[in-house]
Design a protein around this ligand. Structure first.
Ligand code: PGA
Length: 253
């Protein structure tokens, strides 16, 4: 199976020209390029093999996909631009913008209902990790329960397997942007816990990624494990040399 390499550019790289070179260098099968909203339309023109993603969406999705929601971007607007994936519940939005599980749940249901593939981010902070494995599991289970509430009902209404469109990214908050990634052993344990905890139909088709300081240097420690379906990569996705290394290592596998 081709691994998913989701490149989360966050509020970068600032200039369209740089964004285009980065997109060209990252344009491989399995890659999902997630630029800021302002660059999506131009990046869509560049990509031939990679998929296009967005970093967020509005939970409001009026029938025409437009309305009086200042600053928001709807699922329909994203789809019209060729976006296939959307990140929901990134810890930076949870912690810095006070996004709650209730808000995240609304976004998950809206995105899946509109036919977008969701990358739902879950993961514990340092204090919880220090409390031990049981605390981590309890925290993640609670995030999953709240963020995925109602998903089975949606499945019945839409009469199709939405689980193909759900991707979970395990991103321990303390590993994001710190240069200190989690160990493959711990990641695999949590991934298996997530698989066990999901209470949705066809859960075997849900893919699970790891994110948190993945780089050209440490990705080789992870790629040998089939339990990890791919990676959500922030900082390293902005450096051409890192992107080249990451893609090379994943292609070799
Ligand atoms: P990082 O970011 O790779 O820079 O740690 C990952 C993320 O925030 O998704």
């Amino acid at each position: 199976m081709t691994k998913i390499l989701a490149f989360n550019w966050k509020m970068n790289p600032g200039k369209l020209k740089t964004a285009i070179s980065l997109a060209r260098a990252s344009d491989f099968k399995g890659a999902v390029i997630m630029p800021p909203f302002i660059f999506i339309e131009e990046i869509a023109k560049v990509l031939k093999k990679a998929k296009l993603g967005a970093q967020d969406l509005s939970w409001e999705n009026p029938p025409a996909g437009r309305g009086a929601f200042t600053g928001e971007v709807s699922a329909k607007e994203l789809k019209n631009l060729g976006v296939e994936y959307v990140i929901v519940g990134h810890s930076e939005r949870r912690l810095k913008l006070n996004e709650t599980d209730e808000m995240i749940n609304k976004k998950v249901l809206t995105a899946l209902g509109a036919g977008l593939k969701v990358i739902l981010c879950v993961g514990e902070g340092l204090a919880i990790r220090k409390n031990g494995k049981k605390s981590v599991e309890k925290f993640i289970k609670s995030q999953l329960q709240k963020d995925l509430k109602g998903i089975n009902k949606l499945l019945v209404i839409s009469h199709k397997s939405l689980s193909h469109n759900l991707v979970i990214a395990y991103e321990p908050v303390w590993a994001i942007g710190t240069g200190r990634s989690d160990t493959p052993k711990d990641v695999i344990e949590i991934i298996n816990f997530i698989k066990k905890s999901l209470v949705i139909s066809h859960k075997s088709s849900v893919k699970i990624l790891y994110g948190g300081s993945v780089s050209g240097k440490n990705i080789k420690n992870f790629v040998q494990y089939n339990d990890i379906d791919g990676y959500l990569i922030g900082g390293a996705s902005l450096k051409l040399s890192e992107v080249n290394k990451i893609i090379q290592i994943c292609l070799e596998k």
